[in-house]
Structures are given as structure tokens and as C-alpha cells.
Write a protein that binds this ligand. Structure first.
Ligand SMILES: [Fe+2]
Length: 477
């Protein structure tokens, strides 16, 4: 995070004597990034942070990617019973996609953590889909709830405790989420760096010299929730701390409570940003994906597709144009709402669109959305600049029909002899009433099977039985 903050007790100067009530010195620790030239935090422990015991290797977290040479659209469905409760918030993580820059996992914990954890190899961005609770970290406590991005930088020790979900008087979950038997505590999407970089706001959102959020940014400092008290536990005993590093979870034992910091200051700390605090940038005509950007790290970005007003030009196309993001693979996680440009997508679905194949609205969705003025959809997107690979877990949840979902009739109005302009059915003969912004366009009809056929070449390409060329006036896009 770019800006400075502090919590708890601090000495007047850095690196000077700072004593506990019993006269002993607090143990200063400098949390330095990027070789001590990046964001740094200085902390004061009750006990020396170096006193760790009982090294033990527990389990590997190395993701095994499959089909690394295959490029195809994917639709991974994790909603409902498809992702049963498993493990705790750490051991239950199911990695679905990843590469050398990041990993994407989903989780539906079956039990609480009974240890503390530190990711020693990457930053974690945990998007809370359902559930609430508290995350006690060495730098303070963060209360989390639905639609929160909980960002925990590399090296921060934490323990995440969920509230137990319960049914209301009507027998349905009181929080409006999925049935308790499928989701006892909550669900989350995790995006984790695997290249050592850090997750933060895009540099273009903040001022160059001071790192203050600028006026055009879709969120600012006031939207961020920072660690609060309680922060300090002064207890002796045996406290296991699991540390992930080198794709292996190790267990160390601390002989005092690992959250023993009395005060800290700096620019490196965990924080929360809620997706509902994202102020979408809207436009007269369709705005490109970067306006949804929320965070970035080296070689990938995280975006929030939040409820928003749709484009307000009277002839605007409300769903995204067909597009090729030539340098990115794109994964969308669908959180809430009815995604206008995609059919068959469920809450909890992930779609993966690899670079190399254009994608865009599903058949019929352009016309169906023309009259819409707002969208209530919420989705989280992760775009990576290097190819993403699926895991076997992703293939087990994959919808094999998805790559064919763009086939079929995209413009049924043409087949019926009518066109739909901004929600108004207009027979072609009346289209001439809109001469100012129209021009003739040659349109090829599809055959009855829904297969789009190539245009005739010199009048001899396709059999006349199944292909008919018509000329119609349509609005210029
Ligand atoms: Fe896209």
C-alpha cells in the first residue's frame, strides 16, 4: 500500500531504545521489501521474532498444471455442491489456474484454523464471496465480510476465524447465502502472487511522488479498511506457525504468542477494500476493461466488474464488443447478478479465455441488452500477461460445452425479417427512416443448423439452398 500509517506504541525515533514496562527492550523488526528500497514497516515485538523452534515440513503446495499445451475456452463451475466443504482456510484451498506469476484458488472451509499462518512466498488477495469473520494479523485485526478483498502481504502472520453461519426463522441462511450444508463458514476466491511481487493499487491511480490516490481513481484512502486493535497478545506457550515458502508448508513453534507486536508504522500492511466501495467509471460508449482495474502485481491485474450505469449514447451497445486481448489470458469469477453477455454462467463460475481466441457476447445477448440502463452484476477478473494453466481440479469442474457457446444465431431479428433497435422492434422497411447515421451493410444469414457459413466468393461459394444474401440498413456500431 502506498501510504504511511501507524498503530500502537512507537518510540520517538527509529532504532533507539524502546523499553517494556519491565525495563527490557522491545525487539525492533524492519519488514523491508524489494531489498529495503520498497514499502517498509517497522515493528516492535515484546519478544525477539527470531526465536523459532521445531522445524517440520508438513505438505507440498506445488500446483500441478495439466493441458499446458492446449488453448481453449474453459468454464469451471464451483457453485453449490460442486465444491464441497474441505479443510480449513489454508489446507482447503483448491488451486484452479496459475502460472509463474500467480495462482487462483477457491475455498469452502469445513473447519476453523487452529494455528497461525504466514505466506512467505507471495501476497494473498482473498475475495470473500460468502461469510464473515475476523482476521487477526501481527499488525492488527481486520473484520471481514461479503465482497471484501482482504489483501495480506507476504510475510504477515495471520489467523482467520470465520463466523459460524446460521439459518434464520424461515429456515434459510440468515445472511442470504447458499445453504449451510454446502457452505458452513463461507467461500472465497484467492489470488496469490507466485513471482515475489506485491499486490497494490495501479500506479496510475496514485500521485507519483507521494502515492496519494488521485481524483480519477475509482476508490481512495477512505475506502480502505486498515488493521485495528486488538493487536497484541502477551502469552507464553507453544504456538505453531505454519509458513509457506518454496511451495512447501513448514511448521515452526513459537514459545510465545506470535502476535506480540506493541506498535508499528510504515507503508507495508494488510488491508481490506470492499467491492461495493468501487465507484465504477462509466461512459457514453463502452469503456474498456482497464476502467475496472482494482489492483495489480507484476504480470497480472485484478479488476472489479461492479454494479453500474450502462453506456448512455442512444445507440450504444450495452454488452462488451468482441475482443482479442492479445497479450493476456483472462479469468472471470462470477459473484452476483445475471451476467448480461454470457449464457449458462452460474454464481461461482469461472471462465477462462486464453489469448489467441476472440471472445464476446453470446448469441442473442446484444439485442436483449439494448434497452438496459444498469447492470447489477458483480464479477472479479484476473488478467495475466503470460498463459494460465489449469489444474486437474479445474478440469474436474469444467463445462465441456462452453467452447461451443458462441455458436448459433447471434441476430435472430434478421432471421425473422425484423431488427431490434434499442429494444424497439423495427421492420427492415422502416429502417430507412433512420438515414442520417445508417449505411447499407451486406449481411449473410446463417443456415438452419446455426452454423455460420462463409460468404460466397464470386457468387459461387455456397449452395443457394442454405445461404441467402440480404441487404439491410443497420445502425453503424
Ligand atoms: Fe474479455
Amino acid at each position: 500500500m502506498p501510504y504511511y500509517t501507524k498503530l500502537g506504541l512507537l518510540p520517538r525515533k527509529r532504532h533507539v531504545q524502546f523499553r517494556r514496562p519491565d525495563g527490557c527492550l522491545y525487539s525492533e523488526e524492519v519488514f523491508g521489501t524489494e531489498g529495503f528500497v520498497g514499502p517498509t514497516t517497522t515493528m516492535y515485538h515484546i519478544h525477539p521474532p527470531t526465536q523459532v523452534f521445531g522445524w517440520k515440513a508438513l505438505y507440498s503446495t506445488k500446483a500441478e498444471y495439466v493441458e499446458q499445451d492446449i488453448m481453449r475456452m474453459r468454464h469451471v463451475m464451483t457453485g453449490g455442491h460442486r465444491l464441497p466443504p474441505k479443510g480449513d482456510c489454508i489446507t482447503g484451498r483448491v488451486v484452479l489456474f496459475g502460472n509463474a506469476d500467480c495462482e487462483m484458488a477457491v475455498g469452502n472451509p469445513a473447519e476453523q484454523m487452529n494455528y497461525h499462518y504466514k505466506n512467505g512466498q507471495g501476497d494473498e488477495c482473498i475475495f470473500i464471496h460468502y461469510g464473515s469473520g475476523v482476521c487477526h494479523t501481527m499488525l492488527g485485526t481486520l473484520k471481514f465480510g461479503p465482497r471484501d478483498y482482504l489483501v495480506i502481504p507476504k510475510g504477515v502472520i495471520y489467523k482467520l476465524t470465520w463466523d459460524k453461519r446460521a439459518n434464520g426463522p424461515d429456515g434459510k441462511p440468515a445472511d442470504g447465502g447458499p445453504p449451510i450444508d454446502t457452505t458452513p463458514f463461507g467461500r472465497y476466491l484467492l489470488i496469490e502472487t507466485t513471482n515475489g511481487s506485491h499486490i497494490g493499487p495501479p500506479p496510475r491511480y496514485v500521485s507519483k511522488a507521494q502515492g496519494q490516490f488521485l481524483e480519477h481513481a475509482p476508490y481512495c484512502e477512505r475506502d480502505l479498511r486498515l488493521p485495528e486493535f486488538p493487536m497484541t497478545w502477551d502469552e507464553r506457550g507453544d504456538f505453531p506457525v505454519r509458513i509457506k515458502a518454496r511451495d512447501l508448508v513448514h511448521e515452526y513453534v513459537y514459545h510465545y504468542h506470535p502476535l506480540d507486536i506493541i506498535g508499528w508504522d510504515g507503508c507495508y500492511y494488510p488491508f481490506i477494500f470492499n467491492a461495493d466501495d468501487f465507484s465504477p467509471i462509466t461512459g457514453k460508449l463502452h469503456m474498456p476493461p482497464p476502467i475496472h482495474q482494482t489492483f495489480e502485481a507484476h504480470n497480472f491485474v485484478i479488476c472489479t466488474f461492479a454494479p453500474r450505469m450502462l453506456d448512455y449514447h442512444p445507440q450504444s451497445i450495452k454488452v462488451p464488443y468482441n475482443h482479442s486481448n492479445l497479450d493476456s489470458d483472462e479469468v472471470l469469477y462470477y459473484v452476483d447478478g445475471n451476467f448480461g453477455s454470457r449464457k449458462g454462467i452460474e454464481i461461482g463460475s469461472l471462465t477462462a479465455h486464453p489469448q489467441g481466441i476472440p471472445h464476446g457476447p453470446h448469441p442473442g445477448t446484444i439485442e436483449a441488452s439494448l434497452a438496459a440502463t444498469h447492470t447489477q452484476e458483480l464479477a472479479v477478473m484476473c488478467d495475466t500477461f503470460r498463459p494460465l494453466f489449469p489444474t486437474k481440479a479445474a478440469l474436474d469442474l469444467d463445462d465441456p460445452k462452453y467452447p461451443a457457446s458462441w455458436q448459433g444465431e447471434h441476430f435472430p431479428g434478421l432471421s425473422t425479417g425484423k431488427m431490434h433497435l434499442n429494444g424497439v422492434t423495427v421492420p427492415p422497411i422502416h429502417a430507412a427512416a433512420f438515414p442520417k447515421e445508417t449505411h447499407p451493410v451486406e449481411v449473410i444469414k446463417s443456415d438452419p443448423t446455426g452454423q455460420v457459413l462463409p460468404a460466397p466468393v464470386n457468387g459461387s461459394g455456397n449452395s443457394a439452398a442454405s445461404v441467402k444474401t440480404v441487404t439491410a440498413n443497420v445502425w453503424a456500431p
